[in-house]
Design a protein around this ligand. Sequence first.
Ligand SMILES: Cc1cc2nc3c(=O)[nH]c(=O)nc-3n(C[C@H](O)[C@H](O)[C@H](O)COP(=O)(O)O)c2cc1C
Length: 213
Amino acid sequence: MAGMPLTAPPPTRPIRPRVLYFGTPVAVLSTLNADGSTNLTPMSSVWALADRLVLGLGDDSQGCINLLARREVVINLPDPAQQLAVERLAPTTGRWPVPDDKAAMGYRHEPDKFALAGWQALPATQVRPLRAAECPLQIEARLLAAHACPPGTGDAPGVQILEVEVLQVHAHEAILRPGGHHIDTSRWSPLLYVFRHYFGTGLQLGRNFRAET
Ligand SMILES: Cc1cc2nc3c(=O)[nH]c(=O)nc-3n(C[C@H](O)[C@H](O)[C@H](O)COP(=O)(O)O)c2cc1C
């Protein structure tokens, strides 16, 4: 009969994981500080649909404060070769003074995140925050809507779910298929963040029936 398992299903048990980062691309957000400089925020709670991106940010991060206040962002997408640069940014914040709870987790203030990452800052075309030149994909966007989620139980922080509209996409020419607007997936793949561990992607398994290349 349809749906009848041939073997016993794998056993499961309820768990309470501290994070549910089951695997999303790392992005590094450029946002505008109050003094006009650009802050970089490594993050991974991001997805895209049509010309919208949805970002999840802790409301104690400088990136979140900047995006809510000045409503512009560049979503820079590194590739797996940039894992060490991302991890150099990881224990830092643009916040000053560093909030007590972030300091207790080991974060320190870093005013020049481009220098720390070893990345060049490039002007964007539609927004004020600077792009990270070394990231092969850079997406300029503006904030459309913000949904505040208050702190949860235990040490769960307050978060903002932020909807942004894509204004401009920049790609390194080296990752583009000749003459077109398609990304050559043999030349670019995301850096993935899986339960706080970094991964690249493995071998290609196949293609969707609507893939154009
Ligand atoms: C790979 C990676 C993924 C992260 N993902 C997120 C995320 O999705 N949302 C978030 O708020 N913080 C995330 N963080 C933590 C922020 O980077 C951290 O809070 C940082 O201090 C923010 O910097 P800022 O305060 O200068 O914005 C992530 C960190 C790393 C290294």
